[in-house]
Ligand binder design. Structure first.
Ligand code: PL3
Ligand code: FE2
Ligand code: FE2
Ligand code: FE2
Length: 245
C-alpha cells in the first residue's frame, strides 16, 4: 500500500498564486459550474452504483453479506457528501448524462451478476471502479474548493478499504480466478480508458490533467494486481488491454 501514496494528497493545498494547473479555478465561473454539473453527476452516479454493486455482491458471497453491506453504506455516505458539494457551489448534477456515462460498465456488471461471476463483478467494482475513483479524487483534491476538498479527503480513505476488499478476495482465490480475471480485464479495462477520455475535457476545466489521471489510475491498478499476486510481466500483458478498443 505504501507505494500508492500520492504526493498530491499530503502536499499543502495548491498555492493560489501558482501558475498552471496548480492554480485554483474560479469556482463561481459559469464554465466551471457547467463542467461540474457533469463531473459531479458522474461521481454521484458512481457512488450510487457502487452501493448497489456491493449489495448485489452480498448475494453472490452470502457469508460476507454483512461486510459488503457495510461497504455499501459507506458509498451512500460518499454520495451524500458529493451532493452537498454541488449544492455548496449552486450546481445541479446532470444525472441523465452520468447514467449514460456508466451504462457500458453497468451493463457488464449486471451480466456478470446474472451469471454468478463473482470474480468479474469484483474486478469491475472493487478494483477498476475503485482505482478510477481513487485516481480521480487524488487529482481533484489539490484543485477543489475548500468544502469539497475536505469531503473528498474523507472519501478517498474509504475507497482504499473497498479496493483492499477486492484485492484480498481475489488474492485468496487467485488459483481459481486467473482465467476469468484475464477475460474480465480484457472486456472492462478498455471501457475505463474510454471513460477517462470522455471525462478529460470537463476535468480540464476543473484544472485536473488527463495525463495525471491516466498515470494515477494505472499505478493504482498495477499496484492492486501486484498485491493480488500477478507478476510484473503478467501485469504488463493485462495493462496492454487498455491500448486496444
Ligand atoms: C466508488 O466508491 C466510487 C465511484 C465513483 C467514480 C468516480 C469517477 C470520477 C470521475 C472524475 C471525477 C473528479 C472528482 C470530482 C469530484 C466532484
Ligand atoms: Fe499495497
Ligand atoms: Fe465511494
Ligand atoms: Fe468505493
Amino acid at each position: 500500500m505504501a507505494t500508492l501514496a500520492n504526493p498530491a494528497v499530503t502536499e499543502p493545498a495548491a498555492n493560489p498564486g501558482a501558475a498552471g494547473s496548480e492554480a485554483l479555478p474560479d469556482f463561481s465561473a459559469a464554465t466551471y459550474k457547467d463542467a461540474y454539473s457533469r463531473i459531479n453527476a458522474i461521481v454521484i452516479e458512481g457512488e450510487q452504483e457502487a452501493h448497489d454493486n456491493y449489495i448485489a455482491l452480498g448475494t453472490l458471497i452470502p457469508e460476507q453479506a454483512d461486510e459488503l453491506a457495510r461497504l455499501a453504506r459507506m458509498e451512500l455516505k460518499h454520495m451524500k457528501g458529493f451532493t452537498a458539494c454541488a449544492n455548496n457551489l449552486g450546481v445541479t448534477a446532470d444525472m441523465p448524462f452520468a447514467k449514460e456515462f456508466f451504462s457500458p460498465l453497468h451493463g457488464n456488471f449486471q451480466k456478470a451478476l446474472a451469471e454468478g461471476k463473482v470474480t468479474t463483478c469484483l474486478l469491475i467494482q472493487a478494483i477498476l471502479i475503485e482505482a478510477f475513483a481513487i485516481s480521480a479524487y487524488h487529482i481533484y483534491i489539490p484543485v477543489a474548493d475548500p468544502f469539497a476538498r475536505k469531503i473528498t479527503e474523507g472519501v478517498v480513505k474509504d475507497e482504499y478499504t473497498h479496493l483492499n476488499y477486492g484485492q484480498e478476495w481475489l488474492k485468496a482465490n487467485l488459483d481459481n480466478v486467473r482465467e476469468e480475471l484475464e477475460q474480465a480485464n480484457r472486456e472492462n479495462l478498455p471501457l475505463v480508458r474510454r471513460m477517462l477520455e470522455q471525462v478529460a475535457d470537463d476535468a480540464a476545466v476543473l484544472h485536473m490533467d488527463k495525463e495525471d489521471l491516466m498515470a494515477d489510475f494505472l499505478s493504482s491498478y498495477q499496484e492492486a494486481l501486484l498485491d493480488i499476486g500477478f507478476t510484473g510481466r503478467e501485469i504488463a500483458k493485462l495493462a496492454a488491454a487498455a491500448l486496444v478498443g
